[in-house]
Design a protein around this ligand. Sequence first.
Ligand SMILES: [Fe+2]
Length: 133
Amino acid sequence: MTKKLELYRCSVCENLVEVLSCGNGELVCCGKPMELINTNESDLKELNDKHVPLIEKNIEGFTIRVGATVHPMTNEHHIDFIQAISKDFKYVKTKFLSVEEAPELNIKCKCENSVWARALCNIHGLFKKEFDE
Ligand SMILES: [Fe+2]
């Protein structure tokens, strides 16, 4: 059974899918089961500093940056996308990034709801951060 907003990748063709509605079936691509992308939970400070999103609440909403040390944005090594997700999972904002663009997402919202964020690096995988109030 899949879970809402899980990410799966095809190891053959690199298709990446996000679960919007859950079902019991197995996700298959290129004739093989797709692989669940788990959050990278490394203890390496240098890796986390470059990848774990920082969430800053401001007057208009939130600014999310990847990361404390700005992540590289080159063809070889970059952040594919950043997502801000409300804690109740009702709202998701995704920004797909271009190379050489700052790995940053600004969202305007007046919601009381706090958000968590995640970012996908093309080399190091998926990193997430909860918003601490
Ligand atoms: Fe990276």
